[in-house]
Design a protein around this ligand. Structure first.
Ligand code: HEM
Length: 528
């Protein structure tokens, strides 16, 4: 890791006011995960604040740690050498003045970090002299330890599974439905930030709803798999709608909602909240109005929808879709579509992997089928018309791709839309960085290819990404012969995971070919 990589994380780049004590009532209603609840009991947070963060001694801020890391000091204690460490050796370094800790097969010397640890020395000591991966993840899986402890790296844990050490593979987290997001808040004079912590690679979705015109009612729904965790807030005072910023980290699992206070002053408490659960397969619909509906190419169009009264912001988990529902001849028609990033529309010349923040808008690229009732109806929609959208749906697990650095994407026609949503999170992934991401995009003719220029630009901007267009008019089709050269196990860059999306016939042919090439079910995901 180079020195220049160690920068202050954006979220810590401010000096926030410390949140004052939360009332007993609010704490009770928090439903902390049991591990965190136990910590609260055992460490007896004096303030009653759900956070267990300690006040750091003067001179031990994050900034000071970064300065120390960049000072050239020998923080690993090995003089810069990488030394493999056995478990028995690790166990010897269990003192506050000689503290080593293994996380995901890597041993770090955390002795000098002790005083800088925001959770305090006692907490950090719980993990020293041993493999602390599980404990670390239970407390704060989102913390970027490889970056913070880069200069403290001693070496790989010797008897760890070899593959783990070499490729930094991280085991998939337990099923997301077991997880309850942990809530926290932080404020500045003019801002209130609501934070929700899920888990690394949890791939959360988010829905924000303005509850009433008084601007103190806010509903925050965090989607984990098929469960929505609904936080209904009554804030201490009014805030401005929409939020100033909303950040959802598919990799870190951290969500931040930054609200501007209508009156800039410190608050005693954020207010109060109630938590409930909702199944995402429920029939709830959100009403959207058409902003515009325009031709995209010879047989497709772009449809831009906006939440009615702009009162709902939605962020879909990566690889999820929405069902669009509209009435026709007394019946309700419904079809699934994956929204595309705003920069995929014709009117937008930005690169494909730009901003993907939650939005009051949902934008779609839709292929028009002459005999397709839904696409024909949607194509005729005029600005101001309304449609109903379902809550985000899907079964894609981002963590399934976590261990893979060479990923192949197979898309046919409009099946490109869920595949598009993978590009950004994969290319931006910090842990186990992607080495090669190849898109094979199947269409009939040149004129059918969507977003050709955008893929070209992305290919030029990021050498890890390549796009290959395959046209059936030129005899190209999905087959074992076509794919076989990509799965030569003798080559280091052979693909180890494939995501597929297209019509049923395409998906079946792709899966059959991949099976013949010895790919296992857990090395594929098919978007149906
Ligand atoms: C494995 C043993 C560890 C335990 C038991 C532990 C415990 C804790 C606790 C209780 C907190 C306060 C949580 C809160 O804000 O609610 C915390 C915060 C923190 N810890 Fe650790 N920790 C451990 C290891 C580490 C390591 C190795 C690092 C180094 C990268 C680290 C970095 C941090 C950071 C950056 C925070 C602040 C997180 C935030 O504000 O979101 N911790 N830790």
């Amino acid at each position: 890791m180079s020195d220049s990589q160690l920068k202050l994380p954006a979220s810590m780049d401010k000096t926030p006011l410390k949140p004052p004590a939360v009332t007993a009532l609010a704490v009770n209603s928090l439903q902390l995960p049991s591990s965190a609840a136990q910590q609260l009991k055992s460490s007896g947070s004096a303030t009653g604040n759900p956070r267990n963060k300690c006040a750091l001694k003067p001179g031990y801020s994050l900034m000071s740690w970064i300065r120390l890391c960049n000072s050239g000091a020998d923080l690993s204690g090995t003089g810069g050498r990488v030394v493999p460490v056995s478990r028995s050796e690790l166990a010897l370094h269990n003192q506050v003045n000689d503290a080593w800790m293994a996380i995901r097969g890597k041993v770090f010397n955390v002795t000098r970090y002790m005083d800088f640890h925001p959770g305090g020395i006692d907490e950090l000591m719980r993990g020293v002299g041993r493999d602390a991966t599980k404990l670390f993840d239970e407390v704060h899986a989102w913390v970027n330890y490889p970056q913070l402890l880069g200069k403290c790296y001693v070496g790989p844990l010797k008897d760890n599974v070899a593959a783990n050490v070499e490729t930094d593979i991280i085991r998939p987290p337990p099923a997301p439905t077991e997880l309850v997001p942990r809530f926290d808040w932080i404020q500045q004079r003019s801002e209130l930030t609501l934070c929700f912590y899920t888990r690394r690679m949890a791939n959360p979705g988010l829905l924000l709803k303005r509850k009433d015109a008084s601007d103190v009612g806010l509903e925050v729904r965090v989607q984990l798999g098929s469960i929505w965790h609904v936080f209904s807030f009554k804030l201490s005072a009014a805030v401005v709608w929409p939020p100033k910023a909303v950040r959802v980290g598919p990799e870190t699992g951290k969500i931040e909602v930054v609200l501007t206070k209508q009156v800039a002053e410190p608050w005693q408490t954020y207010g109060s909240q109630e938590i409930s659960k909702l199944n995402s397969t429920c029939d709830e619909r959100l009403t959207y109005e058409v902003l515009n509906c325009e031709v995209f190419n010879h047989d497709s169009f772009e449809l831009c929808l906006q939440s009615i009264e702009q009162s709902v912001l939605v962020h879909l988990p990566v690889g999820y879709h929405l069902d669009i529902q509209l009435p026709l001849n007394g019946e309700l028609l419904e079809r699934s579509y994956t929204p595309v990033p705003h920069n995929c529309l014709l009117s937008n010349s930005e690169q494909i992997d730009a901003n993907a923040s939650p939005s009051i808008r949902q934008e779609f690229l839709i292929k028009h089928y002459e005999k397709g009732a839904v696409s024909s109806e949607l194509k005729q929609l005029q600005p101001g018309a309304t449609v109903q959208l379902s809550l985000p749906r899907g079964n894609f697990g981002l963590s399934a791709l976590e261990a893979h650095r060479n990923i192949l994407l197979l898309a046919a026609g409009s099946g490109i839309t869920p595949i598009l949503s993978l590009l950004r999170p994969l290319l931006k992934r910090q842990t186990n960085r992607i080495e090669r991401l190849q898109l094979m995009y199947f269409n009939k003719t040149q004129a059918d290819i969507w977003l050709k220029d955008k893929f070209q630009a992305l290919q030029e901007a990021d050498e890890r990404f390549t796009c290959k267009n395959i046209l059936s008019e030129a005899g190209g089709r999905i087959s074992q012969e076509l794919l076989a050269p990509l799965f030569n196990k003798q080559q280091a860059e052979s693909f180890s995971f494939v995501a597929v999306c297209g019509p049923t016939g395409f998906n079946t042919a792709a899966v059959n070919s991949l099976r013949e090439l010895q790919l296992k079910p857990d090395q594929m995901h098919v978007f149906q």
